[in-house]
Design a protein around this ligand. Sequence first.
Ligand code: AMP
Ligand code: ZN
Ligand code: ZN
Length: 397
Amino acid sequence: MQRFITLAFSALLLLSLNAATPETHYTVIVSLDGFRWDYPDMYKTPNLDRMAADGVKAVMLPSYPASTFPNHYTLATGLVPDHHGIINNTFWDVKNRRQYSMGDSATRNNPEYYLGEPIWITAQKQGVKTGNMYWVGSDIAIKKSHPTYYRPWNAKPFLTFEQRIDTVLTWLQKPEPERPRLIMLYFEEPDGSGHHNGPCSLPTGAVVQHMDSLVGVLRKKIEALPFGGDINLIVTSDHGMTDISPERVVNINDYVKPEWCEVIDGRTPTSIFSKPEYRDSICNALKKAAHIRVWKKEEIPAELHYGSSDRIGDIVVAPELGWQFTDVARDTKGAHGYFPQSPDMQVMFRAIGPDFKRGYISGGFVNVDIYPLLSHLLQIVPEKTDGRFERIKDILR
Ligand code: AMP
Ligand code: ZN
Ligand code: ZN
């Protein structure tokens, strides 16, 4: 009975919160792809520093693997990649015997791959409008639905960083009933430069500084709005970046015979779908190699939260930080995808606005906690996820 009363009360509360009360603030969350937690210590980032002084500063842990599609979709759903299905930027789809790839629009845009519920759907179901610029999943008809305002990744022209900011501002200037309460905004830098030049390099420093200046532009434009004081601004990322080198490569062909495997897919980590009779041979051969970890799927350490999805091979090979396990080494200087516990994979987090503490340094949290945070800010009832509001609520006023 007690439980029934609590449920009934929650339902009433939900009804009364529908469409967000006038006290609900707006929230803009920005992802600067591949923005390592310590870039502000390495390069000049006056705007992020000002956000830290005026708001919250934290180091956030990504989910495993520390790559773009898995983590942006984790930020959107509060689920670890093992649970939301995007277990890497590419993976083998066992059911349909084809490869999913973020670079192939046919599979990328197929909603079947995207499990869980992105925050824009949770919001919309409860009458809250959202705007979304290029966030992973936003242009895909997940649960047959889209954000209220969004732009397809493939639509021409591909918007410049400045155009994205200006578009977001037009959304915020809509008449109140049409105005989105949550806006998600994505930029593909400094990831690109981090790959090309390495995280610790002059060109990456220059791009980091440029991204910081864009944060300054966005903040200034937001604060100039008549209701600028009602807007929370979060700036964060999906993963960090570390140095790689052609000298730190474990060549898969030195250990594994192609005829032992059905499929080998992905890197950092690599999923191997073995031919059952060769499973032990593959594991034993790879265990002789230095600088990689090899697990049977069921033996992957629990702290990685990886291994229940059928899209993960029955053997998983994870290189040590800065190493590559591949047959074709990357010709770039930076990479990611490594363990969340490696500091180089961790992420910058800043937040300012009416709901956040000022000058507060958080002890840190995990990126699955962003979904419950956003749900709280929007005053909507969240889905059940891997995130925990308890772990992140100290950053709020
Ligand atoms: P990564 O290989 O993990 O470094 O992926 C970064 C790349 O992901 C970016 O440079 C973009 O090309 C791509 N990307 C990011 N967001 C999207 C999106 N919403 N749709 C398609 N591709 C995207
Ligand atoms: Zn990324
Ligand atoms: Zn990248």
